[in-house]
Design a protein around this ligand. Structure first.
Ligand code: PNS
Length: 160
């Protein structure tokens, strides 16, 4: 039986931290769906199509990784995909409260749907998409904190 995990998020944009978590997930899952939420409460910098496109490039060459968009509830998407595992990253204690609530709500909505929390590599613990967007907006050097295709997309977005 294929062990399928869902790694949901906004991915606005995908960072090296997200890539690290997908790699770590493949240590216990046969297949990972990187699930892009199309209706985040925040107004995204990249459209859903742009985020999917970037993810497709970043995970090209990783046959065990699927990239998909979803709208509505994550729990319903997981049920439709026949997945019983959600992967989320925990970078710091400050992430915990929201993540804990989401995990419990998702299990309430879809009994049997479990969430596992992974810690990223130490070098990625301070990374977030929002920080990446901010640094890019003001012309800061991103180095290898994002895939080159993401860096180029950010440069295009903020080109004046
Ligand atoms: O990368 P993010 O922004 O932290 O991801 C949050 C996300 C998209 C995973 C979360 O907002 C979500 O699951 N949204 C889908 C709607 C939903 O199911 N909401 C109830 C969560 S318990």
């Amino acid at each position: 039986m294929t062990r399928l995990a869902i790694y949901p998020g906004s991915f606005d944009p995908v960072t090296r931290g997200h890539e690290d978590l997908v790699r770590r997930s493949l240590a216990f899952a046969d297949e990972v769906i990187v699930a892009v939420a199309t209706n985040p409460t925040k107004r995204p910098l990249f459209s859903c199509e742009e985020r999917l496109e970037l993810l497709h490039v970043v995970f090209r060459g990783a046959p065990a990784v699927r990239v998909q968009a979803f709208d509505g509830l994550l729990a319903s998407f997981a049920q439709r995909a026949h997945a019983s595992l959600i992967v989320r990253g925990l970078r710091a204690v400050s992430d915990f409260e929201y993540e804990f609530q989401m995990a419990l709500m998702n299990r309430q909505l879809a009994p049997g749907l479990e969430t596992v929390f992974l810690t990223p590599g130490l070098e990625f613990t301070y990374l977030s998409s929002s920080l990446i967007r901010e640094v890019a907006q003001f012309g800061g050097e991103l180095g290898d904190l994002v895939h080159p295709v993401v860096r180029e997309a950010l440069e295009r977005k903020f080109r004046r």
